[in-house]
Design a protein around this ligand. Sequence first.
Ligand code: COI
Length: 363
Amino acid sequence: MHPSGRPMSDAERGATLDAPGFGQVFTDHMITLHWDAGPGWHDGRLEEFHALALPPSASVFHYGQEIFEGMKAYRRPGGTIALFRPERNAARFNASARRLAMPELPVETFVSAIELLVRQDRDWVPHGEGTSLYLRPFMIATQPTLGFTLPSRSYLFCVIASPAAAYFSTRTGPSALTVWLSEEYTRAAPGGTGAAKAGGNYAAAFLAQRQAVEQGCDQVVWLDAAEHRWVEEMGGMNLCFVRQAADGGSPTLVTPALTGTLLPGVTRDSLLELAGGLGLGRTEERISVEQWRNECEAGLITEVFACGTAAAIAPVGHVRGAHDAWPIGDGRPGPVTMRLRDELLGIQYGRIPDDRQWTRAVC
Ligand code: COI
C-alpha cells in the first residue's frame, strides 16, 4: 500500500523492499476482530488495508484506552518465514489488556491472526540484511461514549504489517547511539501503566524524546519517578549494561530489574537467557546514574546497549544529561554486544540452530 492509500505498483513495492525504512509503508492487508460485551470476540476478518471508520465519540479518542505489540517476521535461508516467540507477545498483550481493563484475547487467536496476515502478505517480507516484516497488533476501545463510569463495552483488535529495516542500523551494521538522561520528566510511577505496552506511555514520552533529539541525542533514557536516580528504560527499548569482572573472569550482562514501571521486553528476556548460554554472568538489579557513570569511568561497565523488537540490539556509545556527559568504553559497539547480537539475529534469521525452539515457521 502506498503511503497515500492507493495500491503500490510492482516497481514501487520493489524499491520499498530494497530500502524499507521503518513504519512508513504498509502491506496490502490487515486483520480486524471485534469484541462486544455479551458475545465477546466475533467477526474476525482478513481484509484489504483500509482506513478505520469510527465515530468521534469512540472512547479511545477521549480516554486513550489502547494497547499494542511489536513483532517481526524474518525471511530465512531456503525461503521460509518465521516469527520469534509470538506466544510471549500474546501473553504480554493480555497483561497490558488486564492493566487497561480491556478484554484478553486467547493466545492461539492472537498468534493465528499474525500468521494469517504474514502468509497473505509474504511477498512483503524484505530480503535485505537486518530487514523484516514488522507486525503491529493493537486494540482500541470503540464504544461511542464520553461516560467514565466503566471501561468501554466494545473493542477492535487489528493487526497491520510494515516492511522494515533495523530501527537504528545502517547497511554496514549498527552505529552507536547517544542517549539523553531525562531528569525533568518521568515515564512511569509505581502502580501506573509502565509495565503495559499502552499507547499512553508513548504519548507521554514524546516531549522528552523531542528534547533528546534537540540535544543531538538519539533516544531518551528514563529514570525512576521517586528519586530521578535509578535507570529504568529507553524510549521504546530496554537497556543492558556489560560489567567486567574485577578478577578478569567472564563479564556480566546487567539490566534494570522489572519493578513494575518498565516494560518486560521479549528481547530483554531472550538476551538474559542467551547470555547464560554464552557463559556470561547475568543479573537484574537496580542501577543508578552515578553508578553507571562511576563504573564507566572505572572501566567496569565497558558496553551498554538498547534492546527491543524494533531496535534488536543497538549499542550506546555516549550518555548526555543536563549536568553531565560521558562515553561508554571507546564509544563504539563492543564485543559482548556484537556477540549477543549475532546470536539473537542468528536465531531469528535461521543462520544458527534454534535449540530453544523460539522461532515458529509460518510459511
Ligand atoms: C518495538 O520495539 O516493537 C516497539 O514497539 C518500540 C517502538 C518505539 C517502535
